[in-house]
Design a protein around this ligand. Sequence first.
Ligand SMILES: [Zn+2]
Length: 278
Amino acid sequence: MHRGLMAAVLVWLGTAAWAAAPQVVRQDLQPGGFYVAKVAAGATVKLNGTEVETGPGGELVLGFDRNAEPRQVLAVCPAQAACVETILQLKPRSYVTQNVTKVPAKTVEPDPAQVARVKADNAATAAARAKAREGARWRTAYMDAFVLPLEAPTSGVFGSRRTYNGQERSWHRGHDLAAPTGTPVRAPADGIVRLARDTFMSGNLIMLDHGGALTSVYAHLDSMDVKVGDGVKAGEIVGRVGTTGRSSGPHLHWGMYWQNTAIDPILWVRPPARTGAR
Ligand SMILES: [Zn+2]
């Protein structure tokens, strides 16, 4: 092939691929991790064949399950161009077993009335999360860098298998920070309060909606400083650390969810991983 023509073909291919390829903003490619990028506005985006909503400017956030397959297939299909597939290769991750003792016995083996209360709490939480998902494409706070809700030692990590008072329970869907009762808890990013509820298991529980079906939760709070529908800015105080609900001492349980998938919140405030992209 003629040299100049070949160069032109390569440039053309490059331009076409560039137009559709996602531009990574931040990512941590591992189970429990996330991917934030920008794609062509109006493009149809699919993760492993399932459509994902994007923001008005092509903003995109994805979260990966604790047990996600290592190979994630992201397809971006602009309106007038061919789809571009990007393989997101997740690095392996393992989880520890953690034993939690001295939690109130009533929260380990709840009676029928308490079971009913837990059911109502779960329904309210699911409804709040569904509301965040409905408006997923209109808020894009996830594009901004996140800040820690408070500075304190870690007392529980995401994904660990847990036993309570020696009885095995499901894995830990969040990151625990051990801080004294009354320590202010700050919003890690802009958001809208979707839930502020006194729950049986999680105690006083706040949920923030950051757009893109990305929500964060703050559990066992001593007090709640916001109400449902409030808009909060990154760094704003939403509540105070406590030990309400199923808790063995004052700490913040910080959880993050993408759609209904629990992801690891602490990864959002660590330096972004640069390996394994595309
Ligand atoms: Zn926790």
